[in-house]
Design a protein around this ligand. Structure first.
Ligand SMILES: Cc1cc2nc3c(=O)[nH]c(=O)nc-3n(C[C@H](O)[C@H](O)[C@H](O)COP(=O)(O)OP(=O)(O)OC[C@H]3O[C@@H](n4cnc5c(N)ncnc54)[C@H](O)[C@@H]3O)c2cc1C
Length: 417
């Protein structure tokens, strides 16, 4: 049992945590930093876990070593203390201490929570049997990849972005895949009906079986197989069953210490929680977006990187001798984008992609190459590009300037860079 003082403690060794450390070090080269991470690995990128590490025909496989964000040399050179495979389990805001699962207590001056999210478990019989996979971490990838080496067929539960990526990844690995999801179309939370349906046809044409408008009601281990029973009385027996049913923001540590958290930690534009010495960034928080005039909680790689770095810079307080004048906090204003490739189409999206908004599409090739606009009162709030790369900077500008769609000539969007 140890007790130590750190100027900065970052809890959560994902992308937001790693970027925060870079942000702190930009402004304060000396202040002591501890990075606490529950996983046994140093911070790594998650997107390749469902993409580049499962190459499709003609693609090179990403290297596992390229996954890692900060290596041991960086930690040593920049004087970062780290503890992996270690959970922060309690927070005392009065004493400004944190305790881990080995009963070590750490004092902080500023605390940054970058605890990400945890896969939503299915609360149904068999929803927690060890053979069933939930997918978030490098260890989850290793388990699924190993199973896929020997498996012949798989059930993928969930028709969102991750479910689609996993279905394609397992198909590329040679497995016969069945997708099971409650919606009528794929990625129904962000794609309008006709785009989701067209994608669904593409998945079918690639040999993926689709069980839409249905959901699992139980899982059962049957020898080396998993039996998935569904609401519509289907019985799907497969070597592998993997669930991609979204994540819940991991805000339990701060919540139990009384931090305000409505769906993830509620932070202001500087990343500050309801406790002025505690900040949060990445998937675990929701923040005000001045551009969209609403609070956002985004699960984007780019957001974890940009917000993590910005909030790291905001908590940095170099020693007074090193400062000519106090450092200003800067608000986090970036509109992050995501990208994926599904059914042979690359998609990039930015802004308010709420399917309840009005959507208008401009197609160069129907459902294959074009732009989807998400509108409110005729003004552009969000954009998804399909097979049109490098549109996100342009799209951000349209959203920021609240451009009415009618000011863009039809097909001008398809031409402009
Ligand atoms: C398979 C996959 C593919 C993805 N693909 C894309 C993509 O293509 N494009 C895109 O924009 N986004 C993608 N995302 C989302 C993106 O990766 C996340 O938004 C991003 O990783 C979030 O980073 P984070 O640091 O906020 O959280 P996380 O990456 O979840 O990191 C949080 C870390 O905190 C740790 N932790 C939690 N609680 C504690 C505690 N009490 N003590 C210590 N440690 C703790 C967790 O174990 C975890 O390691 C993908 C995500 C996954 C899972």
């Amino acid at each position: 049992m140890t007790q130590q003082f750190y100027k900065y403690i970052v809890v959560g060794a994902g992308l937001a945590g790693a970027s925060a450390i870079e942000g702190i070090r930009e402004r304060d080269p000396e202040g002591s930093i501890l990075l606490l991470g529950a996983e046994k690995h140093p911070p790594y990128h998650r997107p390749p876990l469902s993409k580049g590490l499962w190459p499709k025909k003609g693609e090179d496989r990403s290297k596992l070593s390229d996954l890692f964000i900060l290596n041991k040399d960086y930690f040593l050179t920049n004087k970062i203390h780290w503890k992996f495979a270690t959970h922060a389990i309690s927070l005392d805001r009065e004493k400004k201490t944190l305790t881990d699962n080995f009963s070590n207590t750490y004092h902080y001056h500023k605390l940054l929570l970058t605890t990400g999210g945890t896969p939503r478990m299915l609360d149904i019989p068999g929803g927690n049997i060890p053979a069933l996979s939930y997918f978030r971490t490098l260890d989850d990838f290793t388990k699924l990849f190993k199973e896929a080496q020997h498996g012949k067929n798989a059930v993928v539960v969930g028709g969102g972005l991750l479910g689609c990526e996993l279905a394609e990844a397992l198909t590329a690995k040679g497995l016969e895949v069945t997708m099971l999801f409650p919606e009528a179309t794929l990625c129904a939370k962000i794609f309008p009906d006709e785009v989701g349906r067209s994608l669904l046809q593409r998945f079918r044409s690639r040999g993926i079986h689709i069980c839409s408008e249905d959901r699992p009601v139980s899982f059962e281990q049957k020898d080396d197989h998993i039996l998935t029973r569904t609401f519509s009385d289907r019985e799907l027996l497969a070597d592998i069953a993997v669930v991609a049913a979204g994540i819940s923001p991991e805000d339990s540590l701060g919540k139990s210490a009384g931090l305000q958290a409505s769906h993830g930690y509620d932070v202001n534009e500087f990343g500050q929680t309801s406790d002025p010495d505690i900040y949060a960034a990445g998937d675990c928080c929701n923040f005000p977006s001045a551009t969209l005039s609403k609070r956002l909680r985004v699960e984007h790689w780019e957001s974890a990187k940009e917000q993590g770095k910005q909030i790291g810079r905001n908590i940095a307080m170099p020693s007074s001798e090193a400062l000519a004048q106090p450092l200003e906090k800067e608000p986090y204003t970036h509109l992050s984008a995501f990208s994926t490739n599904l059914g042979g189409i690359s998609f990039e999206g930015v802004g308010d992609l709420d399917i309840h908004l009005e959507t208008i599409a401009e197609w160069d090739i129907e459902y294959e190459k074009g732009i989807l606009y998400f509108l409110s009162e005729g003004k552009i709030r969000g954009v998804i590009s399909c097979n049109l790369p490098h549109k996100m900077a342009w799209a951000r500008e349209l959203i920021k300037t609240q451009t009415p769609l009618r000011y863009l000539g039809v097909s001008s969007s398809l031409e402009s860079a």
